[in-house]
Write a protein that binds this ligand. Structure first.
Ligand code: FEO
Length: 389
């Protein structure tokens, strides 16, 4: 693949990882890209690198445009290794380059990973460097989603290099949002927000506030397509998601040993549907938790069910609840349910875990002794139908 021009003198020089299917546990069913950008001016700047195995691809694309020895700045918007992994190879081949970091945290992280021997040039909020005709201005976005994150803005080109923010794990031939099906791109943007950004709504809002006054022709994230035709859509989506006021909708999640908890999940789903509420039903044996969390991004209610196994939860449910607690969704209500033969500890454990994850209880945990009969299931459906959501 060639270096792709964004505007005259500005190029995408990243890499497409078509076959990636997991990103530290989050399923990337449509692959990923690691976007890096090259700006040609009196000084030449490379913004971010790529994951280490793609270093040669990155350098080959840069070399299509300019000899590597001519690169003056390497801007590192984020320490995470999908963007910094190729720094050692890049710095070895770009002897003039100064490595720019956003903050002590960025420099600390890069030093920890790659050593102190590089010519670091820390920058802070409001700092800028002149490339000649163009300027790079730095906007720290700490905890979006690591302490070191920043964005880089080029006012002359009206391009915001937003790093992880507004990204999507989406491998594609098209580099721009209007070259790919918008619904696919937005689903992957939602999945990215739900699984990466969701714990940090205040930081997402702060970033939106910092971006709001900027004149922007392009948002060039470090993953997925570059936004040019649908910038208002992705900004509005981030506003909506970070507001944590999801629409009235339900996600029902369960695992089951002999189908009793499954029957309860179906009855609960019927109850939500009887309220006219959209519902997504997930069996943890077949749905991945990163997809379930993506559905929860657009849902106000969460019901989680587990039977009791050895006085405890099923491990799949336990893993989901651990993941949920880490992402700490705000503004959701929910309840626990499950069947049991004896003991029945799991149902209360699910309820406690939901509360600990910040899910406001809608009702007491629903316990079913042994197999639910038709009357039990009808009563459960009616109970959910009558809940004030
Ligand atoms: Fe795409 Fe936080 O790295």
């Amino acid at each position: 693949m060639r270096a792709i021009p964004l505007k005259p003198g500005v190029y995408w020089v990243g890499a497409v990882d078509w076959f990636l299917r997991t990103f530290h546990g989050y399923t990337t069913d449509q692959g990923a890209t690691y976007n890096a950008y090259l700006i040609m001016d009196e000084k030449v700047a490379l913004i971010d690198t790529v994951k280490a195995p793609f270093a040669e691809e990155l350098l080959a694309r840069v070399a299509q445009v300019v000899p590597l020895e001519r690169v003056d700045y390497l801007v590192s918007n984020h320490v995470e290794m999908d963007h910094s992994g190729a720094i050692p190879q890049a710095m070895a081949r770009m002897p003039k380059a100064q490595l720019v970091t956003c903050s002590p945290q960025g420099q600390r992280g890069l030093t920890a990973h790659y050593g102190a021997g590089y010519p670091y040039l820390p920058v802070k909020a409001g700092d800028s460097i002149s490339l000649g005709r163009r300027t790079l201005r730095f906007i720290p976005t700490p905890m979006l989603h690591w302490p070191d994150n920043m964005m880089t803005y080029c006012p002359e080109e009206k391009i915001l290099f937003s790093n992880d923010a507004f990204g999507q794990h989406y491998a594609s031939g098209g580099r721009f949002d209007d070259e790919e099906p918008l619904a696919d791109v937005m689903r992957q943007a939602a999945k990215y927000y739900a699984n990466i950004v969701m714990p940090y709504p205040a930081q997402a809002k702060a970033a939106l506030k910092a971006v709001e006054p900027l004149a922007i022709d392009l948002i060039a994230p470090s993953h997925g397509v570059i936004w040019r035709a649908h910038i208002p859509d992705i900004l509005a989506a981030y506003k909506k998601w970070s507001d944590n006021t999801p629409p009235k909708a339900a996600v029902v999640v369960f695992d089951s040993m002999w189908h009793s908890t499954e029957k309860m999940a179906l009855a609960i789903s019927e109850g939500f549907l009887a309220q006219g509420v959209c519902v997504k039903l997930h069996d943890l044996k077949t749905s991945h938790m990163s997809d379930i969390i993506t559905d929860l991004l657009e849902a106000s209610c969460l019901a989680v069910g587990s039977p009791t196994l050895n006085n405890n939860l099923l491990p799949t449910v336990s893993a989901f609840l651990t993941y949920l607690a880490g992402l700490a969704p705000k503004g959701r209500k929910g309840f626990a349910f499950g069947s049991y033969g004896w003991g029945g500890q799991s149902i209360g454990q699910v309820g406690q875990a939901l509360t600990a994850a910040g899910i406001e209880p809608l009702m007491e945990p629903v316990r079913q002794h042994y197999v639910p009969g038709p009357d039990d299931l009808a009563a459960l459906t009616a109970r959910v139908r009558d809940l004030a959501l």
